[in-house]
Design a protein around this ligand. Structure first.
Ligand SMILES: Nc1ncnc2c1ncn2[C@@H]1O[C@H](COP(=O)(O)OP(=O)(O)O)[C@@H](O)[C@H]1O
Ligand SMILES: [Mg+2]
Length: 210
């Protein structure tokens, strides 16, 4: 069983979007369970249970309290994707990484967050936690260079990053509103492109955990 957790010290950085969309990718490769540990907002749960007649997910979904109440949580699944609430500090991230195959830390390249992120993640480097990767999400298109600037800054600070980034695409929020996978958002070519971005990330995750 591969436990892939998605967490961050900030909210609104693309955790739930990444957890839901990556779970849809993993579901094409093996039995997958999405666990929503942000029980106040329930973004992942609400998104994936909204449209009752939709058969496009391919994975099971549980709230965290129901997940841990099971006799053997995650038993029988090849992939367990854990979406968490924002605000995790360094010690929580360390603990989460130690209980995961890989910890994904999404961030948006909004210019000011790089310093804060480096400060938060420095303890992970110091404690020799290596099974995490930062994922740049919601990256604006060229000629805007925020994504590249942030990548350079984090890379220079020694923070491990996914090789690919997730582009900005309104199809993502449309998918959440409609209760479908971004792959199935109609009449928006960026929907397919952002789905492909997550495909590349899912391959990087598989290379890491296998
Ligand atoms: N690639 C993207 N393109 C456009 N909007 C995005 C993208 N990723 C996330 N968002 C938007 O950013 C907001 C926060 O995303 P969400 O996944 O809920 O973050 P978190 O779980 O970290 O709070 C949502 O409105 C979501 O639709
Ligand atoms: Mg969320």
């Amino acid at each position: 069983m591969n436990v892939i957790s998605v967490a961050s010290e900030k909210g609104g950085v693309g955790k739930s979007t990444s957890a839901v969309t990556l779970a849809a990718h993993f579901a094409g490769r093996g039995r997958t369970l999405l666990v929503d540990a942000d029980e106040r907002l329930r973004s992942a749960w609400n998104w994936t249970t909204k449209k009752e007649d939709y058969a496009g997910w391919g994975f099971d979904v549980l709230l965290y309290s129901d997940f841990v109440a099971q006799a053997e949580p995650g038993q029988g699944y090849e992939f367990v994707v854990l979406d968490t609430k924002g605000g995790e500090g360094a010690s929580e991230l360390v603990a989460l990484a130690r209980n995961s195959s890989l910890l994904i830390i999404p961030t948006k390249p909004d210019g000011v967050s790089a310093d804060g992120l480096v400060a938060t993640l420095q303890p992970l480097l110091e404690q020799n936690v290596t099974n995490y990767r930062v994922l740049l999400t919601d990256v604006p298109p060229a000629p805007n260079s925020d994504g590249l600037d942030m990548r350079l800054e984090l890379d220079t600070a020694g923070i491990p990053l996914f090789g690919h980034s997730i582009r900005h695409a309104v199809a993502v929020s449309k998918a959440a509103r409609e209760g479908i996978c971004v792959r199935d958002v109609k009449a928006d070519r960026y929907a397919k492109l952002v789905w492909m971005d997550y495909e590349l990330i899912s391959r990087e995750v598989l290379n890491y955990v296998k």
